[in-house]
Design a protein around this ligand. Structure first.
Ligand code: ADE
Length: 229
């Protein structure tokens, strides 16, 4: 999978992309990530990328030209399955959306800033708009990190234990059951007996029961969605 990320703040990706799963996905050649500075595509001699909104109002708006130039340079080289804009008014990111995007080959991710981007970009270039939740971030960069992590970790071969992404919360609309590790007892706090029993069938049934009970208690709407699937 190839990801091209367009941003005014490339440095914001240095930490998150150089560690853990995102780093591993790149090392294992499961993902290639390219970060593009939108400012480099401004034809303006001052390299400006934003301007005042037509009709007035607070804040600056990102201009169409530098973004168009950057995306055109990329689409000239290859086809893209999706050109995603991260925005609080996009479709909410869910595990189902992550699963779907993880199957794609080439993706462009556009990070907005300031008061937003010229609507003509959204209407004519963007194919999909995603929000990571009902709150407003200062820009799309942190949302892009969330999106990229959630996609790359489910690519086959990225996690060591092939089954571990499949058993994540939200796959199958169930929250994960509780997990324990050694010691079996700590200051009187015990690991459930069944997990020490070695009986795989019973352990599986217990985990399922726990997952359903936890989902029922914390996110009952997920079970209702399961029924309608
Ligand atoms: N940019 C600003 N806020 C955002 C959000 N909640 N999701 C995605 N992109 C954003």
């Amino acid at each position: 999978m190839r990801l091209d990320i367009l941003t005014l703040f490339p440095e914001m990706f240095i930490g998150p992309f150089d560690h853990s799963i995102i780093k591993r996905a790149q090392e294992k050649n499961k993902a290639e990530i390219f970060i593009h500075q939108i400012r480099d595509y401004s034809k303006n001699k001052h390299k400006t990328v934003d301007d005042y909104p037509y009709g007035g109002g607070a804040g600056m708006v990102m201009q169409i030209e530098p973004i168009y130039n950057c995306i055109s340079a990329l689409t000239k080289e290859r086809n893209y399955d999706d050109i995603i804009f991260l925005t609080p008014d996009g479709d909410i990111l869910t595990q189902a959306v992550c699963n779907e995007i993880s199957l794609k080959e080439n993706i462009i991710i556009l990070c907005g800033h300031y008061k937003g981007i010229d609507e003509r970009i959204r209407n004519s270039i963007i194919t999909r708009e995603i929000s990571i939740g009902d709150y407003v971030l200062s820009g799309g960069e942190l949302a892009a990190c969330v999106l990229v992590d959630s996609i790359l970790r489910i690519l086959p071969g990225v996690l060591n234990d092939e089954t571990s992404a499949l058993s994540d919360s939200f796959q199958n609309n169930l929250l994960s059951p509780p997990v324990y590790t050694r010691p079996a007892e700590f200051k009187g706090l015990k690991v459930p007996e069944i997990l020490l029993s070695g009986d795989d069938k019973k352990i599986y049934a217990w985990k399922m029961e726990q997952a359903i009970a936890r989902t029922q208690k914390r996110r009952p709407e997920l079970l209702i969605n399961n029924e309608s699937d």
